[in-house]
Design a protein around this ligand. Structure first.
Ligand SMILES: Cc1cc2nc3c(=O)[nH]c(=O)nc-3n(C[C@H](O)[C@H](O)[C@H](O)COP(=O)(O)OP(=O)(O)OC[C@H]3O[C@@H](n4cnc5c(N)ncnc54)[C@H](O)[C@@H]3O)c2cc1C
Length: 402
C-alpha cells in the first residue's frame, strides 16, 4: 500500500491548483483520476479574467493545444425576448477559450503531483491520524494511506457521498445538454458566449462557436425531453437570429449541482477529508465554475499546509481560509452586486446604460420575467427568496455549510 501525505481525487482544475500548493510545500501528493488522461470534460471553456490570471501565475502561458478555435473569447452577450442584445466584454481584454481535455491535462502535469489515471476512488475510512483510501486501478482493487484526502471530483462527488451519504438529496440538481452543429449561416458573433434570458426557451440556454461548429445547449429538469427543448431553441435561433444549422452530429449532457453557492449549501468536508471545486458547491449563476474551482482548490491545498505548520485541525484552517472564496462566489449571485459592483468581471451596468431608455426598460422587464421562471422549482423558490434577501441582510451566514 502506498503511503503519502495527501491523496487528491479527480484530475481537473481544482485538483491541479491544490496539488500545486501541496507539492510546492514539499508534500508527497498523488492525484487519482478515474479516466485515462487526457480526458474529455463537458464544458464551454469560457475562462473568466480571474481564472486566466490564476493559470498564468501558477502554471505559465497556455500551450496552443489547450485552446479551441476561436482561441479566445471577448465576453458574454445576453439576449432577451424583446430582441435586445447586450454584449459585455471581459475586463482586461479577451480570455483563452479552453479546450478542457488538454488544458486540464497541462495544468495537472505542471502541478507536480503524481498522477494515477484509470484509478477510480471507491471509498475511504478516516482513522483520525490517517485516511485509508479505496480505489480501483484498471479494474483491480488498490489502497492508499494518506494524512489528508481532498475531494476534487466534481458535481456528483463520490468523496462527498462517502462522508455524507444523504448530501445529494439535500441540494438542487438540474441537467444540461448540448448538441454540435455544422453551420450553414450564423450571424451570432463567434467572439462571444451567447446566453438567453428567455422563459420560453428554458432556465438555461446558450450557444457559441467551437472549432468550426456551433454548440446549442439547454438546461432541463429531470423528466424533461432534452431533444424537444433543444429543437425549440434551434427553431428560435433560426427564426429570430437567422442562425441556420445542419442537424447535429454529436451531443452530450450531464447533471449539475446548480445553486448550492446561492443557498449556502457548500460542503467542505469532515475530519481529514476536504472537499473543493464544484464538488464543494462552487459555481456561479451563469454556470462559470473554472475560476472558483482553481481558487478553492488552491485554498484546500494551502489549508493542509497551514494546518501542519500550525498543528491545527485541517477543517478549522480550511473553513477559515475558504471564507473569501465563498463571499466572492456568492456575490456573483447577488443582484445588487451585479448591478453596482461587477463581480463577473464584465461590465453589466455599462452595457445596460449603453442602451436607450426604452431598451433598458425592456431588459429589466425581461430579466424579472426570467427570474420568476425559477419559481416553478421547489429549490428555485428558495433561491429566489435568498437572492432577494441577500442584498438586504448581507447573507454570508456560514450556518448551512457542511
Ligand atoms: C455544459 C457545461 C458548460 C460549462 N461551461 C463553463 C464555462 O464556459 N466556463 C466555466 O468556467 N465553467 C463552465 N462549466 C463548469 C466547469 O466545467 C466546472 O465548474 C469545473 O470544471 C469544475 O472543476 P472541478 O475541478 O471542480 O471538477 P471537474 O471539472 O468536474 O472534474 C472532476 C474530475 O474528477 C474525476 N472523478 C470523478 N469521480 C471520480 C472518482 N470516483 N475517482 C477518480 N476521479 C474521479 C472526473 O473524471 C474529473 O476529471 C461548464 C459546465 C458544463 C456542464
Amino acid at each position: 500500500m502506498r503511503s503519502v501525505d495527501v491523496i487528491i481525487v479527480g484530475a481537473s482544475l481544482s485538483a491541479a491548483a491544490a496539488a500545486k500548493r501541496l507539492v510546492d510545500a514539499g508534500l508527497e501528493t498523488i492525484v487519482l483520476e478515474r479516466k485515462e488522461l487526457p480526458r474529455h470534460k463537458i464544458c464551454s471553456g469560457i475562462l473568466s479574467p480571474r481564472g486566466h490570471r490564476f493559470l498564468l501565475e501558477n502554471f505559465g502561458p497556455l500551450p496552443r493545444e489547450a485552446l479551441h478555435e476561436p482561441t479566445s473569447c471577448r465576453g458574454v452577450t445576453f439576449h432577451f425576448p424583446s430582441m435586445v442584445s447586450m454584449p459585455m466584454d471581459f475586463f482586461g481584454g479577451p480570455t483563452p477559450h479552453l479546450h478542457r481535455k488538454y488544458a486540464d491535462y497541462w495544468a495537472i502535469k505542471r502541478s507536480g503531483g503524481e498522477i494515477h489515471d484509470r484509478t477510480s476512488f471507491t471509498g475511504l475510512e478516516d482513522h483520525g491520524d490517517h485516511v485509508l483510501v479505496h480505489a480501483r486501478q484498471n479494474g483491480e482493487p488498490v489502497e492508499y494511506r494518506a494524512r489528508q484526502v481532498i475531494g476534487a471530483d466534481g458535481p456528483s462527488s463520490l468523496v462527498i457521498r462517502s462522508i455524507y451519504p444523504d448530501y445529494p438529496q439535500s441540494i438542487p440538481w438540474f441537467f444540461v445538454g448540448q448538441k454540435f452543429h455544422d453551420i450553414i449561416d450564423c450571424p451570432l458573433s463567434p467572439d462571444y458566449f451567447h446566453f438567453w434570458f428567455h422563459p420560453g426557451l428554458g432556465h438555461y440556454t446558450w450557444s457559441h462557436a467551437r472549432d468550426g461548429r456551433q454548440i446549442v445547449g439547454v438546461g432541463f429538469k429531470r423528466g424533461d425531453n432534452f431533444a424537444k427543448k433543444h429543437q425549440n431553441v434551434v427553431n428560435y435561433l433560426a427564426e429570430k437570429h437567422g442562425v441556420h444549422l445542419h442537424p447535429h452530429t454529436e451531443d452530450e449532457g450531464c447533471g449539475e449541482n446548480f445553486g448550492p453557492s446561492l443557498i449556502n449549501r457548500y460542503v467542505f468536508g469532515k475530519g481529514n477529508v476536504l472537499i473543493t471545486g464544484q464538488a464543494a458547491g462552487f459555481l456561479n449563476m451563469i454556470g462559470e465554475g473554472m475560476s472558483c474551482a482553481l481558487h478553492s482548490g488552491a485554498i484546500s491545498g494551502e489549508a493542509v499546509v497551514e494546518a501542519r505548520l500550525r498543528n491545527r485541525p485541517v477543517q478549522e484552517m480550511y473553513r477559515r481560509m475558504i471564507a473569501s472564496e465563498v463571499r466572492r462566489t456568492t456575490d456573483q449571485w447577488n443582484p445588487l452586486k451585479i448591478a453596482f459592483d461587477r463581480p463577473h468581471e464584465a461590465d453589466f451596468p455599462a452595457a445596460l446604460m449603453a442602451l436607450g431608455w426604452r431598451d433598458r426598460a425592456k431588459v429589466l422587464r425581461d430579466l424579472w420575467r426570467f427570474v420568476v421562471l425559477y419559481k416553478e422549482f421547489k429549490w428555485g423558490r428558495q433561491m429566489l427568496r435568498v437572492a432577494m434577501q441577500r442584498p438586504l441582510i448581507g447573507g454570508y451566514s456560514m450556518q448551512r455549510w457542511l
